[in-house]
Write a protein that binds this ligand. Structure first.
Ligand SMILES: NC(=O)c1ccc[n+]([C@@H]2O[C@H](COP(=O)([O-])OP(=O)(O)OC[C@H]3O[C@@H](n4cnc5c(N)ncnc54)[C@H](OP(=O)(O)O)[C@@H]3O)[C@@H](O)[C@H]2O)c1
Length: 221
């Protein structure tokens, strides 16, 4: 069943730098979180303790089942290990970036025939993937959120093939303290991929829109 309701529980496939930072933001804003990693829930006990009663650790399958929205935040090379069935009908937020030194070579990405989030979407055909949080360093994610209306508020981009899913992701990003710039379909996600103008640098909404419009393909950069 498709779920575009405002989430109460956020599942995490991956609980490293970005996963744990997003989980902390989520707990701070009143969401429950279910964390997972590759080594098993017992290795997340310290983080769970630190996050408090709104957090628990589980297997990746269980985190995928428990989340109303699920964040996939792992090294891209492992994306085919993301559980498929429990994510059916759900909004899946994809923070992943492609670093060939870490991930090995993906010829379809090297040829710029597709994008990282479109690969995840193809792996999860029943889910609604939104590319988000990939172009901000985890320390900035923890520290740069501000209330809506703050002059110069940092903006983050989203892309996804479902407008409803983009709306759900945008509401979370707003909640976590950032303006949102909608880049459109997943195929537009390359505009804020690794080493683009929009990547990692701090922009408000107007600046980010400009950076996305100026983006160059790797082949033209
Ligand atoms: N670091 C940043 O500031 C930043 C910013 C934006 C985007 N990103 C991107 O976001 C993704 C995550 O980055 P990160 O810095 O958070 O990485 P990280 O600190 O290395 O954490 C990766 C997490 O993924 C887990 N994991 C790996 N394979 C898994 C699998 N098959 N199933 C479940 N969990 C798995 C790891 O668990 P184990 O430790 O148990 O293996 C770990 O919890 C990457 O694609 C990265 O490029 C990073």
């Amino acid at each position: 069943m498709t779920n575009f309701a405002a989430p109460r529980t956020i599942g995490f496939i991956g609980s490293g730098h970005i996963g744990s930072t997003l989980a902390r933001l989520a707990v701070d804003h009143g969401y429950d979180v279910v964390l997972s990693n590759s080594r098993g829930p017992e290795t997340l006990s310290g983080l769970v303790e630190e996050l408090g009663p709104r957090a628990r650790a589980a297997t990746a399958e269980e985190a995928a089942s428990a989340g109303d929205v699920v964040v996939v935040t792992i090294p891209l090379k492992n994306y085919r290990q993301v559980p498929v069935a429990p994510l059916d009908g759900k909004v899946v937020i994809d923070t992943n970036n492609y670093y060939p030194q870490r991930d090995g070579n993906f010829p379809e990405l090297d040829a710029e025939e597709t994008t990282t989030s479109e690969l995840l979407q193809a792996h999860l055909p029943g889910s609604f993937v939104v590319k988000a949080f990939n172009h901000i360093h985890f320390k900035d994610l923890a520290s740069q959120g501000t209330p809506a209306g703050t002059p110069g508020r940092r903006a983050l981009a989203i892309a996804g093939n479902s407008e409803d899913a983009r709306r759900v992701a945008a509401a979370l990003i707003e909640d976590f303290g950032f303006d949102v710039v909608d880049a459109g379909a997943l195929s537009e996600g390359w505009r804020y991929q690794r080493d683009t103008e929009a990547y990692v640098d701090r922009y408000d909404a107007e600046g980010l829109r400009h950076a996305l419009a100026q983006a160059k393909r790797y082949r033209d950069a």
